[in-house]
Every structure is written in C-alpha cells, then in structure tokens.
Design a binder for this molecule. Structure first.
Ligand code: NAG
Ligand code: NAG
Ligand code: NAG
Ligand code: NAG
Ligand code: NAG
Ligand code: NAG
Length: 334
C-alpha cells in the first residue's frame, strides 16, 4: 500500500495503524536467474521473461510478480557497480512491465544466489558483508521509496551458519535504509528458505533483525514450500497441501509479535494431485492473510510450457491446467 493522505491521517490518530500490504498473489517470472546453481555459480544463460505475461496474469487478478536475477548478471564484479546497461535495457524494463500491468501490481526484486557467489558463502568464507550490502545499496538507490517494489534480499540460503547469516541479513537491511529506501524487505532463513524449519531454525534469529526505520512491519519473512514428497519442487506429483506446516508457521508468527511472512515460491506439476493440493494450500494462504501476505507460484516467465512446474501461458493465450484450477481461484481479484 502506498502512503496516501488517508494513511498519514490514520497514523496520526490515537490508534496505531500499521503500514500493511494488500493481499498479494501471483507468479515467479524466471529468466534472469537462468542458470544460477545452488552453489551460487552462474553460467550466463539468462533469458528475458516475456513482457506480455504481466498483463495476461494481471487481467486474471494476479498482483505479485517475483523477478529473479543472477547476482553476477547485475554486478559482473563482486562488490562492483551495477551494469546499468543490463539494468535499464533488461531487468528494469521487465520490472516496469510488471508494475504497469495493473495499479495494484507489485514486484519482488529477487537476488537469486543461495547466499553464495561462485561456490562461496557470504561472510562465511566468501563475499564480505560489505560486498553483499553493496548490490543492495545500489538497488536501493535505484528502486527506493516504492511500496510496490519488495526487495527479496536473497533467494534460498542453505547449509550455512544461521547466526552468522542473520548478521548478514541485518547488514543488508541497514545498507538499504542508509541508502534512503523505505521498501518492504523479505528476510530469508536457511534450508532453502524452508517454511517448515523456519519457526525452529532461522526464525528466532531473524526475529532479532531490526529496521532502522523503526517497527518491524516492513520486515517480512520469506518462505518457500513445495508439495512433492521431498519438498524439492522437482516432481510432477503432489502429496500434501502443507496445511500443517503453514498453520505452525502462522501460529509462530502470531506468537512472536504478529509478524508476517510471504510464500514466495510454491508450485507443482500440471497433474490432478497438484491441482487438488496446491489449490487447498493457496486457499489456506488466502485465509491466513495478513499473517501470510500472499504467494507467488513457481513459475512462468521464460520457462517453456513443458517445464515440469510450468504455469507459462500457451502461445495462443490459454493457461495451464494448474493455473486454471489451483492458482486462479485464489488470486486477490478473482
Ligand atoms: C552489461 O550488460 C549488457 C547488456 O546485457 C551486456 O551486453 C554487457 O556484456 C554487460 N557488461 C558486462 C561487463 O558484463
Ligand atoms: C557449481 O555447481 C555447478 C553445477 O553442479 C558446477 O558445474 C560448478 O563447477 C560448481 N561451481 C563451484 C564454484 O563449485
Ligand atoms: C537447516 O539448515 C541448518 C543450517 O544450514 C542445518 O544445520 C540443518 O540441519 C537444516 N535442517 C534440515 C532439516 O535440513
Ligand atoms: C534475540 O534477542 C534477545 C534480546 O536481546 C535475546 O534474548 C535472544 O537470545 C536473541 N535470540 C537469538 C536466537 O539470538
Ligand atoms: C489439507 O489436507 C487435510 C488432510 O487431508 C485436510 O484435513 C484439510 O482440510 C486440507 N486443507 C485445506 C485448506 O483444504
Ligand atoms: C491452445 O494451445 C494449447 C497448447 O498448444 C492447446 O492444447 C489448446 O488446445 C489451444 N487452445 C485453443 C483454444 O486454441
């Protein structure tokens, strides 16, 4: 939500009113992250997510687009300047297409590097916190003060020391605020941003991350959850609707200062099992707003329509069965 005159008036009233995002729902539009491996290496096969998809999905009620990119694509040198040619000709062109697709459209600027650069972990043998914060200072200067642009400060950290990672998160938050940006920030835990391990794993550490703006309403926890048997998001069949995991997360959020989380990756195959279970999961997410701000399904964008988790529309403009049966009924504007 933007700070309108009304919001300021409410903030001035006796009852405290939190800044709050509207309920969000949509899709990851992948491409600029092709091919970042889980070790943070990148083999320079980025592709541009087709711009027409944003209007297509927004017309159906979507209002959230997560737009992943490779760290190495944005800053070819670790800790160095953003490649402004790439930024303006490619990445920002995509972001602006997403934002222009509806007045309520939001985008997540997603640094898709698993807390790593070329195999090495931030502040744990690899890039320094200063080098990590550098890209966010620069993005903050380019994209600051827009509540429709959320900063996904890191995709899927894994296999790292959590207390040290929480320090890196705080470092990035401070750098973004020091650059003057007031955007909502998505804070990721470990285990590939697992929703399941969050309350007992990284959650207690990330609760202690503070916002120089004051309050915590602009610090939203980032979680992922798939529905296949090993929670990897690599199988066409789904075996769970994740209600137990998400209920546990929501209870934890409510018990810990009424915090919020966003399910920024979930999804399944175009199969009967996923059409059932993903539909149930997203219905639960919808019912748990505002503890759960919303969801973005993995994935459309530059993925082909035959990718195992594809919700990329067909060339003739029709949607995939999973989108029609499970996602579309749970979008914010049905
Ligand atoms: C910067 O981005 C442009 C456009 O994607 C690309 O052609 C160029 O090679 C990039 N520069 C570096 C140093 O990677
Ligand atoms: C990262 O993983 C890829 C794919 O498995 C591999 O080819 C590459 O050598 C790895 N890079 C590093 C730095 O370990
Ligand atoms: C979650 O991640 C932490 C830190 O990387 C690790 O110690 C722990 O074993 C992981 N838990 C599971 C269930 O994979
Ligand atoms: C968070 O901060 C509180 C207050 O300083 C402290 O008691 C607690 O141990 C911290 N939590 C973690 C997981 O470090
Ligand atoms: C999820 O599955 C469980 C067990 O089958 C069921 O009880 C529950 O109602 C389902 N949740 C939703 C939101 O449909
Ligand atoms: C649109 O394309 C899909 C995939 O090729 C096909 O299955 C479907 O029948 C087409 N629908 C129409 C209305 O042309």
């Amino acid at each position: 939500m933007k700070y309108t005159g009304t919001t300021f008036a409410l903030l001035g009233a006796a009852t405290a009113v939190k800044a709050q995002l509207i309920r969000l729902g949509g899709v990851n539009t992948a491409g600029y992250d092709f091919t970042v491996y889980t070790n943070g290496s990148f083999t320079n096969n980025a592709e541009t997510p087709p711009a027409w998809e944003y209007a297509h999905f927004s017309n159906e009620g979507a209002n959230l687009y997560r737009i992943p990119f490779a760290w190495q694509e944005m800053t070819p040198t670790l800790g160095g300047p953003i490649n402004l040619t790439f930024f303006y000709e490619n990445y920002d062109t995509t972001v602006q297409a997403a934002l222009a697709s509806s007045p309520n459209a939001h985008a997540i600027v997603d640094l898709h590097n698993y807390a790593r650069w070329n195999g090495e972990i931030i502040a744990q043998g690899g890039p320094t916190n200063e080098q990590y914060a550098s890209i966010w200072s620069q993005i903050a200067a380019l994209y600051g003060n827009n509540d429709r642009l959320l900063f996904g400060i890191m995709n899927e950290p894994h296999d790292l020391d959590i207390p040290t990672w929480a320090e890196s998160v705080q470092y990035a938050v401070n750098a973004i605020r020091a650059a003057g940006a007031t955007n909502y920030l998505l804070l990721p835990g470990s285990n590939y941003t697992s929703a399941q391990t969050f309350p007992t794993g990284a959650g207690p550490y990330l609760l202690n991350v503070t916002d120089p703006l004051g309050g915590t309403e602009k610090l939203i926890f980032d979680v992922h959850k798939y529905l296949d048997y090993d929670n990897s998001g690599t199988h066409a069949e789904c075996v769970t609707n994740n209600t137990v995991v998400l209920e546990t997360l929501v209870s934890w959020l409510r018990e810990n200062g009424d915090r919020q989380a966003i399910l920024s990756e979930t999804g399944g195959g175009n199969t009967a099992s996923c059409e059932l279970y993903l539909g149930e999961e997203l219905a639960y997410v919808k019912s748990a707003y505002p503890s759960l701000v919303g969801f973005s399904v993995w994935a459309a964008g530059a993925f082909a329509t035959d990718y195992i988790l594809s919700v990329t529309p067909n060339a003739n403009g029709t949607d995939q069965p999973l989108w029609i049966d499970a996602v579309r009924p749970n979008l914010p504007v049905p």
